[in-house]
Write a protein that binds this ligand. Structure first.
Ligand code: PLP
Length: 376
């Protein structure tokens, strides 16, 4: 069996750190020198850079991607009788945020082709929710694995039904839709700077990005214990959702590398696309869209056997996610009597391949060679 050209990492944070270590150390020193660990100048700097990159009109740095989801939801004053629609096949934080914000999550099935929220099922579930006496308020569209959800259809359904759209772009910073960057597609977007994300920090972090600034002021208050600008009086219920100056400085520096790294992710993905299309079911996306390639995920039968074989061949892979959320103990009470066939099917078939900007073409081709052998 041929060995990989060099050991392959699923995600390589070390190579990137070596490129920017000096700049990060200088940034840390600057924060130690000015001493404004919370609310230092790096926070506004990051927020301005995020707006400049994505085209969003406003940004709020947040303590995590989960907080970035909860902040605008809390700004909407959601109640238990309010329905928030979200895909059944996503990371658990999307659903936890809805429940923590005080609303009722309503799961929607995903589509076979793009693994993202199915707008037809969304319409059906909105009707069911109304029939149950819930008030439909919000759709959380998740850009799963980096691919933008079908915003054309989702925004149309939301507008027709009077719902707001919040994009969960935790996995899709760098994605494109109709000439717009993730962060400037839906009225409000949450993203994550968890270290393994395409734009990650050296710790937890996230941001809320506003195309429509309507929820900005209330969100800014929620992030800082619900206080107004004097920071003394709580004018609404909030919490500590701030991102600290050190972490903001890291993300500012990483954002400078981002476009070049995204270009390289696209080159790796082009190798995978070209070589794998006839052997596995790739996650597809529409004309006018581009993935941020937070992950590169395919679907295949005999997934577990294929994964084991790849591991033996030195190809690290990961399964996101082996269970749809309605099958998990925390969320099953919100999905009683409902089925999510496509989410169930994907949970048994998805496999994420190594994806990072420091993979070589030879490594990407090795992954393809071994995967093609493994699927037979
Ligand atoms: C789709 C999705 N939503 C939300 C989150 C939560 O982000 P964080 O881990 O930064 O809280 C993640 C993180 O992996 C995610 O993948």
């Amino acid at each position: 069996m041929p060995a990989p050209p060099e050991p392959i990492a699923f995600i390589d944070l070390k190579a990137q750190q070596a490129r920017i270590r000096d700049r990060i150390e200088a940034r840390f020193k600057a924060v130690l020198d000015h001493g404004a660990y919370i609310g230092g100048p790096e926070v506004a700097e990051l927020e301005a850079e995020l707006c400049a990159f994505t085209g969003a009109s406003k940004a709020l740095a947040a303590a995590s991607g989960t907080d970035a989801l909860m902040i605008p939801m809390m700004a909407m004053n959601l109640e238990k009788t309010d329905a928030v629609f979200l895909p059944a096949f996503t990371y658990n934080a999307t659903a936890s945020a809805v429940i923590l914000a005080g609303a009722t999550p309503v799961f929607v099935d995903v589509r076979a082709q793009d693994f993202c929220l199915d707008p037809i099922d969304l319409e059906r579930r909105i009707g069911e929710a109304r029939a149950q006496g819930l008030t439909p308020r919000l759709v959380v569209a998740v850009d799963l694995f980096g691919i933008p959800a079908d915003y054309e259809a989702i925004l149309a359904v939301a507008e027709a039904q009077g719902l707001t759209v919040l994009a969960d772009a935790a996995q899709s910073f760098g994605a494109r839709w109709n000439g717009r960057w993730a962060g400037n597609i839906a009225p409000v977007t949450a993203t994550s700077f968890f270290p393994a994300k395409a734009l990650g920090g050296y710790g937890d972090g996230g941001a809320v990005l506003f195309r429509d600034p309507e929820l900005y002021e209330a969100s800014e208050q929620v992030r800082w214990h619900g206080t107004d600008t004097g920071r003394k009086e709580s004018v609404r219920v909030g919490f500590n959702g701030r991102l600290d100056s050190l972490q903001c400085a890291v993300v500012v520096e990483k954002l400078k590398l981002f476009q070049g790294e995204l270009d390289r992710r696209r080159q790796i993905a082009a190798i995978y696309d070209r070589r794998l299309a006839n052997h596995v079911d790739p996650q597809a996306f529409g004309v006018g869209c581009g993935s941020g390639y937070g992950l590169y995920t395919i679907a295949t039968d005999r997934r577990d056997a294929v994964q084991a074989r790849l591991k033996a061949d030195g190809v690290p892979t990961a399964v996101y996610y082996s269970q749809p959320l309605p099958r998990m103990a925390a969320f099953s009470p919100y999905a009683e009597g409902r089925s999510f066939p496509e989410s169930d099917r994907l949970a048994g078939r998805v496999l994420s391949l190594p994806m990072h900007p420091y993979l070589t073409d030879a490594q990407a081709n090795y992954v393809c060679d071994r995967l093609i052998e493994a699927v037979g």
